[in-house]
Design a protein around this ligand. Structure first.
Ligand SMILES: *Cc1c(COP(=O)(O)O)cnc(C)c1O
Length: 221
């Protein structure tokens, strides 16, 4: 199937509160244009240099999502234009985003990344750390960022029950914090392999790469 067909296929099944972010990391400009022509406006990238380059070359109405692990010293490159930063995993990083947003006269929306997987390779706060951060009052001090929700990645496993339980734990945390704080509205969870489960468990934003653009080393038969 073509990129446009893949997009249509995924969108046809999405509840309307769920936003589709097309993850275009490592994909060439031509393929992103194809998705754009198919009506897609939200794109996610992991690597800052790539995000910057693509932003320069592509239409200005694209909403660029930084979805990967972000280093503080890279924030300045995306602060002028980034739409949403998904992977915030420390107060220090939030403070840097705030500083760079201020320089650009903007308020930047951020998601805090929660560690929900049983893997050592994924970043993020524990639920306890994240709740303490809200209680500390440090977030409110930062006038040029807005924490609008959470992001999480489930374990890379075939065990559907485990994936479901991990997403459910994040959804419960999301509901808990949104009852205490304003602005919390986005729950970014679900990738190509597990987005259907994520939606059933309350995701409002899915990040899909390979199901739109094909596997990185995909060969047509
Ligand atoms: C690559 C990536 C995705 C998309 O993964 P697919 O399996 O290709 O859909 C989503 N989220 C993050 C954080 C990623 O790095």
């Amino acid at each position: 199937m073509s990129i446009k067909e893949n997009l249509q296929h995924i969108k046809a099944e999405l509840p309307k509160q769920v936003t589709l972010v097309a993850v275009s990391k490592t994909k060439p400009i031509e393929l992103i244009k194809e998705a754009y022509q198919g009506g897609q406006r939200d794109f996610g990238e992991n690597y800052i240099q790539e995000l910057e380059d693509k932003h320069k070359q592509l239409p200005a109405d694209i909403r660029w999502h930084a979805i990967g692990h972000l280093q503080s010293n890279k924030v300045k490159y995306i602060a002028p234009f980034v739409y949403l930063i998904h992977g915030v995993d420390s107060l220090k990083l939030l403070q840097e985003i705030n500083k760079q947003a201020q320089k650009n006269n903007r308020v930047i929306d951020c998601l805090l990344q929660l560690f929900i997987a049983k893997e050592e390779t994924k970043f993020g706060f524990s639920f306890e750390e994240c709740e303490s951060l809200f209680q500390s009052g440090e977030i409110e001090k930062l006038k040029n960022i807005r924490v609008v929700g959470f992001m999480g990645m489930a374990t890379n496993t075939d065990n559907e029950t485990q994936i479901r339980n991990e997403f459910r734990s994040l959804k419960n945390f999301f509901s808990h914090i949104s009852s205490l704080t304003s602005h919390i509205a986005v729950l970014s969870m679900g990738m190509s392999s597990d987005y259907k489960i994520a939606i059933e468990e309350g995701s409002t934003m899915i990040r899909i790469g390979s199901s739109i653009f094909g596997e990185r080393n995909y060969t047509k038969v």
